[in-house]
Design a binder for this molecule. Structure first.
Ligand SMILES: [Fe+2]
Length: 578
C-alpha cells in the first residue's frame, strides 16, 4: 500500500488530501475544522482528519507532497529583485518565513504533536502552478489535454500553460509576478470596498449591474502580450513577490493596499466597505469582468494554438470565475472543460499529491473525480446524539418519507438545511452541506438574505438542476458538476426560476447526476414532479462562517437562524411556527 499526503500550508486555504495507491480517500480544508475562513497556517487538524478517515496513522505516510517549491523560478525571482533593490529585504523575509516548509518532518511533529521518530515519509515539493495543473488534469478522464492555471501568484508564477499527456505535465509557457490577472481582480475589488481575501466572487455578481464605462482604462491596465499578459505597474502599489498579501500571527490572510494613487486620481476615493455602492463601483466591476474575460480568452486561445485538443483542464483562483468559464465555449476553440472544484489554493493539497503519485512515483492509478464529497461523514448515532444534546425535536424517517416531507416544505416556500454524507471539497456546497429552497418564488432571495445569509442583495443564488434536464432550461449543455459555469437561462424559464435568475438572465448552475448523489438527485426530481421545476435553489450551509462541517455546527446554524427545517441524515427537524 502506498500512502501519499498532500498539503497546502503557510498559504491561504491550508488543506490536506490523502491518497492510497493513487486514489484520493480524504480531502478537507483546515477552515472547515478550525472555523477560520481561508486559514493560512498549518493544516494540523485536516491532516489528522484525513488519516482518521482512512484509518491510518502518521507512521503510515510514505510521501508528503507540498504544493510549493521555493526553488522554482529562481532566475525570475533574482531578476525581479535585481531590478527593484528595495524589494530585497521583503524577499528575504518571505523566504525566512517559509523555512517551516523546508523540513516538514519537524514542522509536522511540532504542529501535530507526534514523535519525529514516527515520521518516515519522503518530502516532495511541487511548484505551485504545477500542483494546480495536476489538480485538474489528474481528476479528468482524459489521457491528453491542454492545461491552464491562472491566479494571483504562487512560487512567483501567475499562470502556466501546459500540455498534459499520460502521466506527464509539460510546461509550455509561464507568466511571472507582477503580471497577474488575479492581482488585477484583487486590486479593483479592494478599491470598491471588497478588500478581504476571497471577496472576488462577490464582485463577479456585481458586474452585470454596471456598464463597460471604463473599457479604455482597463485596456491600459492589462494587455495581452505574446502567450501571456502585461500589467501596467503604474496602477498598483509595487507589492513585491508576495503580491500584496501576508499572513498574521493567527494564520489569517491580510490583503495590503494594491491600488496606486493613480487609480484614486482616475476614479476618486475608494469605497469604504460599509459605504453605499454607486454606479461607479458597478461600472468598475463590469469593466473589470470584461477585461478579465478578454485576457482569459486570450490565454486560452494561445494555449489552443500550442496543444491540438479541444479539451482543457483548469485550476487556480481565476478558474473560479464561472462567468468566464461559461463563455469560453463560444469564445475559444475548446469545447470540453474539467475544472478542479477546489480551484483556489486549497486545491494544491490534492494537486500536489496527485502529481507525486502520477508523475514521480508513477503509480499509474488514474482516478476520475465524479463528485467532490471527499470530506468526513458522520454516523446516525453521532447525529442523533447531537440533536438530543441540543434538545432539538426530530423524527427519523425512511427514505421515501424523508423526500416527501422535504418536498412538502420546499413547495410551501420553507427554507431547508440539507446535511448528508461527506462534506464537499472546494468552496461550493453541492448538495451535502447545502441550504435548499424553492427557486421560483419571487421573494425567496430576500427571505434567505433576511433570515440566514445576510448577503449583499446583488449576489445571486445558484440553481441545482437535474443534469438530464439542463439543456431544456439553460442555453448550454456542457455539464457544470461543481457549479463552475454560468449559462444563460432560456427565456421561458426565467420567471419560473426568478429566485436564481440573475439580473442578466443567467445562473451559476450545478448539474446533478444521479450516479454522483442519488438522494440529492431524487429530491430535485421529486420537487420537479410536484412543481414542474426540476431545479432547487442551492446555497452553502452557513451564516457568514466557513461551511458547516460537523452535525453540531449544522444544528447550531439551524437554531441560530430563521431556517424552517433541518434534514440531518434521516432526521427531520422542523421549527414550531412562532
Ligand atoms: Fe494559486
Amino acid at each position: 500500500m502506498s500512502v501519499v499526503l498532500g498539503i497546502n500550508c503557510y498559504h491561504p486555504g491550508a488543506s490536506a488530501a490523502l491518497l492510497i495507491d493513487g486514489v484520493p480517500v480524504a480531502a478537507i480544508a483546515e477552515e472547515r475544522l478550525n472555523r477560520k475562513k481561508y486559514y493560512a497556517a498549518f493544516p494540523a487538524l485536516a491532516i489528522q482528519r484525513c488519516l482518521d478517515m482512512a484509518g491510518l496513522d502518521f507512521k503510515d505516510i510514505d510521501a508528503v507532497a507540498l504544493g510549493r517549491d521555493k526553488s522554482a523560478n529562481r532566475a525570475q525571482k533574482l531578476k525581479y529583485v535585481a531590478s527593484k533593490p528595495s524589494k530585497l529585504l521583503n524577499f528575504v523575509k518571505i523566504r525566512a518565513a517559509r523555512s517551516d516548509m523546508d523540513d516538514l518532518k519537524t514542522t509536522m511533529a511540532n504542529e501535530c504533536g507526534v514523535a519525529m521518530s514516527s515520521l518516515r515519509f519522503t518530502q516532495h515539493n511541487v511548484e505551485h502552478h504545477i500542483a494546480h495543473t495536476a489538480s485538474a488534469y489528474f481528476i479528468s478522464p482524459w489521457e491528453h489535454a491542454a492545461g491552464l492555471t491562472v491566479d494571483g501568484s504562487g512560487d512567483f508564477g501567475t499562470s502556466i500553460m501546459a500540455e498534459c499527456q499520460g502521466d506527464e505535465i509539460k510546461i509550455l509557457h509561464r507568466n511571472y509576478v507582477p503580471h497577474s490577472l488575479g492581482s488585477l481582480y484583487t486590486m479593483i475589488c479592494e478599491f470598491i470596498g471588497y478588500g478581504r481575501y476571497g471577496d472576488e466572487g462577490k464582485v463577479m455578481g456585481l458586474a452585470p449591474l454596471g456598464t463597460d464605462a471604463y473599457h479604455d482604462v482597463f485596456e491600459d491596465m492589462i494587455r495581452p502580450k505574446g502567450d501571456g499578459m502585461l500589467l501596467d505597474p503604474s496602477y498598483f502599489v509595487p507589492f513585491g513577490s508576495n503580491q500584496g498579501m501576508s499572513i498574521d500571527d493567527k494564520g489569517m490572510m491580510v490583503v495590503h493596499r494594491h491600488f496606486s494613487d493613480r487609480v484614486v486620481e482616475l476614479f476618486g476615493p475608494p469605497r469604504d466597505r460599509n459605504g453605499a455602492i454607486t454606479s461607479r463601483d458597478e461600472n468598475l466591476a463590469h469593466s473589470l469582468q470584461v477585461r478579465f474575460e478578454a485576457i482569459y480568452m486570450h490565454l486560452l486561445r494561445q494555449l489552443h494554438k500550442k496543444v491540438s485538443t479541444d479539451r482543457v483542464v483548469m485550476a487556480g483562483g481565476c478558474a473560479l470565475n464561472s462567468v468566464a468559464n461559461g463563455k469560453l465555449f463560444a469564445e475559444t476553440p475548446f469545447n470540453q472543460t474539467v475544472i478542479q472544484p477546489a480551484a483556489g489554493d486549497d486545491g494544491l493539497a490534492l494537486g500536489a499529491s496527485l502529481y507525486v503519485s502520477n508523475c514521480i512515483l508513477k503509480e499509474g492509478n488514474r482516478w476520475v473525480m465524479r463528485h467532490s464529497y471527499l470530506g468526513p461523514s458522520y454516523s446516525s448515532t453521532v447525529m442523533r446524539h447531537a440533536l438530543e444534546e441540543r434538545g432539538v425535536e426530530f423524527r427519523e424517517l425512511d427514505r421515501g418519507e424523508l423526500l416527501e416531507q422535504t418536498v412538502n416544505e420546499l413547495e410551501k416556500g420553507n427554507v431547508v438545511g440539507w446535511y448528508q454524507g461527506g462534506s464537499e471539497w472546494g468552496p461550493r456546497a453541492l448538495g451535502n452541506r447545502s441550504i435548499l429552497a424553492h427557486p421560483g418564488l419571487p421573494n425567496m432571495k430576500e427571505t434567505l438574505n433576511a433570515r440566514i445569509k445576510h448577503r449583499e442583495p446583488f449576489r445571486p443564488f445558484a440553481p441545482a438542476v437535474l443534469a438530464d434536464r439542463q439543456n431544456e432550461i439553460f442555453a448550454h449543455d456542457h455539464p457544470s458538476p461543481f457549479m463552475l459555469h454560468v449559462y444563460e437561462i432560456r427565456p421561458e424559464w426565467r420567471d419560473r426560476l426568478c429566485a436564481v435568475n440573475h439580473v442578466d438572465n443567467t445562473g451559476r448552475l450545478q448539474s446533478v447526476c444521479r450516479d454522483e448523489n442519488e438522494l440529492y438527485y431524487d429530491l430535485i426530481e421529486a420537487f420537479g414532479v410536484r412543481t414542474g421545476i426540476p431545479v432547487l435553489l442551492n446555497t452553502s450551509f452557513n451564516e457568514n462562517e466557513p461551511i458547516v462541517e460537523r452535525p453540531e455546527q449544522a444544528i447550531d446554524c439551524f437554531l441560530r437562524t430563521r431556517m424552517d427545517v433541518l434534514v440531518l441524515g434521516n432526521f427531520f427537524c422542523r421549527k414550531a411556527a412562532s
